[in-house]
Design a binder for this molecule. Structure first.
Ligand code: ARG
Length: 469
């Protein structure tokens, strides 16, 4: 069965059918296609194309189809062009000639947009829920080590000491923005395209607001040509998913490093690691590596569709059928990666003494010292030079910050004054310097405790704002 055979003297070639058919992947949209068609049957009744009895018969047949479609044998042997065609063929098997009316005033161009929107709306909500669960695991991980001190890095070199929750909250912020991006994508997905026809608007006076209410859309599209040619809403989701994966990938990279023998401060539980077939001692962070690897795949999907769309003339072109495989794959990989990342976060613990020693052995206190001098009246550039010399001298003589007493510092440079002595000795402990960073957004212990409890509130609000499917 074709939805378009009349104009053709000959049928399509076998290779063309195989090449152009999309049923093997767009079958995922069957639930959406059926729900959309039920709403469309109700709209057809309102414009007088169907009687109430016919509408009832069609809606009931669709209900049956929906049930049957979850059985694995539903698609067995199906050679239909796409999901829209298989649904109408099966409808015909159930209601006979009445099925010939269901496509009145409707085009597959709007139908594919409708189906994708309905399906993606639910998937976006599901990904948001997975993201919130993962962020919750991050906050639990921060709270398991509330006072731990770790080196913060720039250029992959120890830079300044930060609290462990401060580091984790940096990722929380990235994922909170990702949640908002999904929310924005959801807003643009959740618009009813039905009523647009092939490209010029339907020839039947459907109440589009009523159709939107029926299908739970927040609004209706404003231009039928735009509907036919638009895949922005898919790209919006793919961008949001790519950002999630980018952030997950950076976190994975951090934790792969922090858990290796050279860093040695993160402990990954057995359940999220694997061994080597040859080297009996190995315990490899494959879960994190796969998250990092899959990020390339999702970012690739975003790029695939950007390239597909960029040269298309108005309006619909069959190229656009190429949107679905990257979208489906991106949804799957992002959802799985979030679930995996959550399990990893739950299975991670910090060996607090190791990063604490890394912080104490290095000169991460240098900026704190320079700033203490600046607070005491020395110009900052001058203070920077003094502490720079102190570090050079220490590196050359193999001294750590804690090896310096207040008196020795005063002897080293006159800018270290006697009234600073007690404070100076304390400043050689990284924890002390952190106390000077009680600025909102800083790593001061009070600021971090407040940020952590704010993050918990924000996460609760995200759960509260979640769309009701
Ligand atoms: N399978 C098609 C797609 O995914 C459905 C729309 C077909 N429309 C058309 N004019 N051939 O885009």
């Amino acid at each position: 069965m074709k939805l378009w055979g009349g104009r053709f003297a000959e049928g399509p070639s076998e290779v063309f059918e195989r090449f152009s058919g999309s049923l093997h992947f767009d079958r995922r949209l069957i639930g959406a296609d059926i729900r959309g068609s039920q709403a469309f049957a109700r709209a057809l009744e309102h414009v007088g194309i169907l009687t109430a009895g016919e509408r009832e018969q069609l809606v009931a047949a669709f209900d049956q189809l929906l049930l049957e479609s979850s059985a694995p044998e539903f698609f067995a042997g199906a050679t239909d062009e796409d999901v829209h065609t298989v649904v109408i063929r099966k409808l015909k098997e159930k209601v006979g000639a009445l099925a010939e009316k269901i496509h009145t005033g409707r085009s597959r161009n709007e139908q594919v947009s409708l189906d994708t929107r309905l399906w993606l709306r639910g998937e976006t909500e599901a990904v948001q829920a997975l993201l919130v669960d993962f962020m919750d695991a991050l906050l639990r991980l921060a709270s398991r080590h509330p006072h731990a001190v770790v080196p913060g890095y720039t250029h992959m070199r120890r830079a300044q000491a930060v609290l462990w929750p401060h580091y984790i909250l940096a990722y929380f912020e990235m994922f909170a923005r990702d949640w908002q991006r999904l929310q924005q994508a959801h807003e643009r997905i959740n618009v009813l395209p039905l009523g647009s026809g092939a490209l010029a608007g339907s020839g039947f006076p459907f109440d589009r607001q009523e159709m939107a209410r029926d299908l739970g859309f927040a609004s209706v599209t404003r231009n039928s040509m735009d509907v036919s040619g638009d895949r922005d809403f898919v790209l919006d989701f793919l961008y949001a998913a790519s950002m999630i994966m980018l952030h997950l990938s950076r976190l994975a990279e951090d934790w792969i490093l922090y858990s290796n023998e050279e860093f040695g401060w993160l402990h990954l539980a057995d359940g999220v690691t694997s061994g080597s077939s040859l080297m009996p001692q190995k315990k490899n962070p494959d879960s994190l590596e796969l998250i990092r690897g899959k990020s390339g795949r999702v970012i690739g999907s975003l790029n695939a569709l950007l390239f597909t769309m960029k040269g298309l003339p108005m309006t619909y072109n069959r190229d656009m059928q190429e949107d679905k495989e990257p979208l489906f794959d991106a949804v799957d990989q992002t959802a799985m990666s979030l679930a995996m990342a959550r399990a990893v976060a739950d299975a991670v613990s910090l060996r607090e003494a190791v990063p604490a020693a890394a912080v104490e052995d290095s000169w991460v206190v240098a900026a704190d010292l320079a700033e203490a001098l600046a607070r005491n009246g020395t110009a900052f550039h001058q203070a920077h030079r003094i502490v720079g010399r102190l570090v050079l001298e220490s590196v050359q003589s193999g001294r750590k910050p804690a090896d310096w007493t207040g008196a020795q510092l005063i002897a080293f440079a006159p800018e270290f004054t006697a009234d600073m002595a007690a404070h100076l000795a304390a400043l050689m402990q990284p924890r002390e310097g952190m106390k000077s960073r009680e600025i909102p957004g800083g790593t001061g212990p009070q600021a971090v405790a407040e940020a952590l409890s704010e993050a918990q509130n924000r996460l609760r609000a995200m759960r509260g704002q979640a769309q009701q499917p």
